[in-house]
Design a protein around this ligand. Structure first.
Ligand code: NAD
Length: 468
């Protein structure tokens, strides 16, 4: 790849530097993308600014028709999307097809529908309250769900009437090129969406600090989210942040243990554990604790590591050597702080080539241990016992994060009481399935604002009161 998409066309970057893209399974370089500069960002923001008046004033039905067309074109690329992400990230092809390709298509579809039905104007006394698009949006995304995280910003922003400059992750940038080919083929008006690839501290910071970017929507680590907030604060630009997590899966004494543990392990290990909502802390009532540890260890041992394209592979590699080193460091730290190794670990066998870490279960983890507090972003599950429902809530909320969680109980009302006390943006009871229309986002250091559904669209709107 040697181009950016700016003002409705594939264009040459201002500079000549490039970034290699690695296949983490074979540890080979499969492509390069341009390392953008502040000059490229200026050009993209200027195009988005020029496109804003017409796009924001367009009939909502017209914007909906554009999103509908984009959905149709992109849906025809499902297989290519899944294969690209399996290659650049290492997600097993089956999961890549269902989640990495399937979910963003569902989300895009939902915004084609929502765009056609804008919020009705509200009357408050002598005021008419209207909602208007906020302006030019800078979107900065990570590598773990590289198409979904882009679509979860771009689709609602466009539906709301905003224009966008996107910087995808430099680790998995290839799928964004498929998306922008689809945008080109769908005939979105020039400048409405623009793509600049590059390094975070260069292109990301240029977007976050740009005087003509009205809002920055970021998904990634909490540290970078804070940095972006500081940059945006200088001009009081709005910021939406989807950050890290350390979610608790609370298994009460009366739960269906087998189901709770199996689903819980599956959740923690999805995408090799590189999922911000992953239930990485399994909290189990003391009376069922040893059974849960044995079940979790057996379940983890059933996760076959391997090539994402091979039939039967359930876990691929981690995204990079850095990530692998980081995750192994956490396993070492967990054991040093007194955890018991129930499955996996540093000596377990993994493929010779590729950034693999064996699915690992740590038991007897203390609630304040490093592995119970910090986001690991790998296939590492910590199991913690609790005494009663109050204790479970205290341990679950003993975290700087608050993104997701689960509760399991034979009594749904009891589970609901626990769920209501958890300080997180989402909680699933007894495996309640993911709802792509429900608000998604975090409490505390997990973020600011909500994505998906109508709530996600409202993030990109300003509110005006007109008195008469
Ligand atoms: P990251 O924060 O390093 O990078 C995310 C994006 O920010 C990348 O595009 C990167 O180039 C860019 N960036 C890096 N430094 C920057 C800077 N100084 N200024 C502006 N942009 C900069 O995160 P990552 O390693 O790509 O992703 C993993 C992290 O993302 C995990 O912590 C994970 O929990 C979090 N995450 C959160 C969610 C969510 O929805 N809450 C979803 C996925 C990932």
């Amino acid at each position: 790849m040697d181009r950016f998409y700016i003002d409705g066309a594939w264009v040459a970057p201002a500079g000549t530097d490039t970034i290699p893209v690695e296949d983490p399974t074979h540890e080979t370089i499969i492509d390069h993308v341009p390392a953008g500069t502040a000059e490229d960002v200026d050009r993209a923001v200027a195009a988005a600014r020029r496109a804003f008046p017409a796009w924001s004033a367009a009939d909502p039905a017209e914007r909906a028709a554009h999103l509908d067309k984009l959905h149709t074109v992109l849906a025809g690329q499902t297989d290519a999307i899944a294969r690209t992400i399996a290659r650049e990230l290492g997600t097993p092809l089956k999961v890549a097809t269902a989640v990495q390709a399937g979910l963003p298509l569902t989300v895009l579809r939902s915004y084609a529908d929502l765009a056609a039905h804008p919020l009705p104007e509200e009357t408050v006394g002598n005021s008419t309250v209207v909602r208007e698009p906020i302006g030019v949006v800078g979107a900065i995304t990570p590598w773990n769900y590289p198409l979904h995280q882009v679509v979860a910003k771009l689709a609602p922003a466009l539906a709301a009437g905003c224009t966008v400059v996107l910087k995808p992750s430099e680790i998995t940038p290839l799928v964004a090129y498929l998306l922008f080919d689809a945008i080109d083929a769908a005939g979105l008006p020039p400048g409405v969406v623009n793509l600049v690839t590059g390094h975070g501290p260069v292109v990301g910071e240029a977007i976050a600090a740009h005087p003509d970017v009205d809002m920055v929507s970021f998904t990634g680590s909490t540290g970078v989210g804070a940095r972006i907030s500081h940059l945006a604060a200088d001009r009081i630009a709005r910021v939406a942040l989807e950050l890290g997590g350390k979610s608790a899966n609370v298994i009460l004494a009366d739960a269906d243990l087998t189901k709770a543990v199996k689903v819980g392990v599956g959740n923690a290990f999805l995408n090799s554990g590189q999922t911000c909502t992953a239930w990485t802390r399994m909290l189990v009532h003391r009376s069922r604790y040893e059974d849960a540890v044995a079940l979790a260890a057996a379940t983890a041992a059933g996760y076959t590591l391997g090539d994402p394209f091979a039939e039967g592979t359930r876990l691929g590699p981690l995204s990079s050597q850095n990530q692998k080193n980081r995750v192994r460091g956490y396993v070492e730290r967990g054991l040093a702080e007194g955890a018991r190794l129930a499955a996996g670990g540093l000596d377990a066998s993994v493929p010779d080539r590729g950034h693999f870490v064996a699915p690992t279960v740590l038991a007897d983890v203390l609630p304040d241990a490093t592995v119970a507090q910090e986001e690991i972003f790998g296939p590492v599950l910590s199991i913690i016992p609790f005494e009663d429902d109050d204790d479970a809530v205290t341990i679950a909320n003993n975290s700087r994060y608050g993104l997701a969680g689960g509760v399991w109980s034979g009594d749904e009302e009891r589970a609901l009481r626990v769920a209501r006390r958890m300080r997180t943006g989402q909680v699933d009871i007894n495996g309640g399935r993911f709802n792509p229309l429900a608000p998604f986002g975090g409490y505390k250091s997990s973020g600011l604002g909500r994505e998906l559904g109508a709530h996600g669209l409202h993030e990109f709107l300003e509110t005006k009161a007109i008195q008469r």
